[in-house]
Design a protein around this ligand. Structure first.
Ligand SMILES: [Zn+2]
Length: 323
């Protein structure tokens, strides 16, 4: 799956990983405008493949798996052509949590952690955010392809790490940036075939001038309340159960609120690293830096922190001949 241009993503890939966008027009069938928008992400293959490659402890796998589903969900709520990145930095056992996904659906992820600090956390404690990451922040970044390096094409939102789960930070971000109510539930679990993760996201939609013509403010509040109640009735098992398709699950939850499914978006495991990019970086280093990197066999070894692919080059290929 690791090519210079990334893997080709096909609609049939949705069986392995996907985001199902949907919206609710509410209980009142007179209303035709979307009142609540939603996303349901379910990742099997990308989650399994990425975590199998990293071989992290279970607590890190769980956090990483949830980050992947969360990134998948959030990326599809934004209109962009490029890369969406979710990055959390903490001062606890987990220092970095990183997941990114392209607008086409190519995903990768990794975590950096302190094994000693992690070992000090009792295994019986649930793997929740403050315990693993301590204090810190979460950043959501969108890098547009259109003009690489152009500040105007980079958007970043930052929130403090808060709440018990990664989703709580995302909710705080929506509250700060869009002033609209949002809710997110994430779930991850290890099964016989590896890790699975899922996320369910709901957000209120602002109508014209903050109003929806055919509905009163009370009715709107009521619709949001009902959507939240239905959302909170979902179980982890339903979210992760492959026997239950995303559309079946969503109809089960939101049928009374007139759910409309939109085109699902495939998410695949695909790294964007390439020999070309690695060689470009090596070419930019000084001879001293290159010698420092070089191993005892005269080789420059560069491993991708995402996909673990290792690339080796003889030192002589990059060191200036005269030095
Ligand atoms: Zn890679």
């Amino acid at each position: 799956m690791n090519g210079d241009k990334g893997a080709e993503i096909k609609m049939s890939d949705i069986a392995d990983g996907m985001v199902q966008p949907f919206y609710l027009t509410g209980n009142n069938s007179e209303n035709k405008t979307p009142l609540v928008r939603g996303r349901f992400a379910r990742l099997t293959r990308p989650c399994q493949a990425i975590l199998a490659r990293h071989d992290y402890p279970a607590a890190i796998n769980e956090l990483c798996a949830e980050a992947m589903s969360l990134a998948a969900c959030l990326s599809t709520t934004l209109k962009f052509d490029g890369v969406f990145t979710l990055q959390a930095k903490g001062d606890g056992a987990v220092q970095t949590l990183f997941a990114d996904v392209t607008s086409a659906g190519a995903m990768r992820a990794y975590a950096a952690f302190d094994a000693e600090k992690l070992a000090d956390i009792p295994p019986t404690e649930p793997a929740i955010l403050p315990r693993l990451m301590g204090g810190g922040y979460m950043a959501f970044t969108v890098d547009q392809d259109a003009a690489l390096g152009d500040e105007a094409h980079r958007y970043q939102g930052i929130v403090e790490l808060e709440g018990s789960h990664l989703g709580d930070c995302a909710i705080a971000w929506f509250k700060n940036s869009e002033q609209l109510a949002a809710q997110i539930i994430t779930a991850a679990s290890q099964k016989a075939d590896g890790w699975h993760s899922s996320a369910l996201f709901l957000q209120q939609i602002a109508g014209e001038g903050g109003q929806h013509a055919s509905l009163s403010t009370e009715e709107l509040a009521d619709e949001w309340h009902t959507a939240m109640v239905m959302m909170s009735s979902v179980t982890r098992d339903e979210m992760l159960n492959l026997e239950l398709s995303p559309s079946e699950l969503l109809y089960r939850l939101f049928h009374s609120q007139n759910i409309h499914l939109q085109t699902p978006r495939p998410i695949i495991d695909s790294c964007r690293c390439s020999a070309e990019k690695v060689e470009q970086v090596l070419s930019g280093l000084s001879d001293d830096q290159l010698r420092e990197l070089c191993d005892e066999n005269g080789q420059l070894q560069v491993a991708c922190e995402f996909c673990k692919v290792n690339r080796a080059y003889p030192l002589a290929q990059f060191v200036s001949a005269q030095s």
